[in-house]
Ligand binder design. Structure first.
Ligand SMILES: [Zn+2]
Length: 128
């Protein structure tokens, strides 16, 4: 379901987090020039348009960077260590951060999966 900046979102629900809750990786896409971008911005990096929409990615990605986390950033992640985080380039172009199965390497083809962590749904990539 495409989401436009004009559509009323339930208060407190961020489009990216809401996408994860429903099993979708979302990214921003410019309604004027079509550019896709990583991270949330309030204007298109290519043409400056503020008409940005959220789109669902298909889920395929390529690993761009990998890091092993040995020390949890807070108590809620302590049970997960050690774990693997990746920056992955979605097939649509934007780059997102997520968990990944151990042993993934730069250049690996991966597919987005999801897991519940406390109140949130997080991204977890697995090899294709
Ligand atoms: Zn644009």
């Amino acid at each position: 379901m495409p989401i436009s900046p004009e559509s009323a979102l339930p208060e407190g629900l961020h489009p990216y987090a809401e996408g994860l809750d429903t099993g979708h990786v979302r990214y921003q896409s410019c309604a004027d020039c079509g550019a896709a971008q990583s991270l949330e911005r309030h204007a298109c990096q290519r043409c400056g348009s503020v008409r940005l929409a959220w789109r669902d990615a298909a889920g395929g990605a390529t690993v761009y960077a990998v890091t092993e986390i040995a020390r949890a950033p807070d108590d809620s992640f302590r049970a997960l260590v050690p774990y693997t985080l990746v920056l992955a380039t979605l097939d649509e172009g934007p780059r997102v951060m997520g968990h990944a199965e151990p042993g993934v390497a730069i250049g690996d083809r991966v597919r987005a999966g999801f897991f519940r962590h406390g109140e949130r749904t997080l991204l977890r990539f697995q090899r294709e």
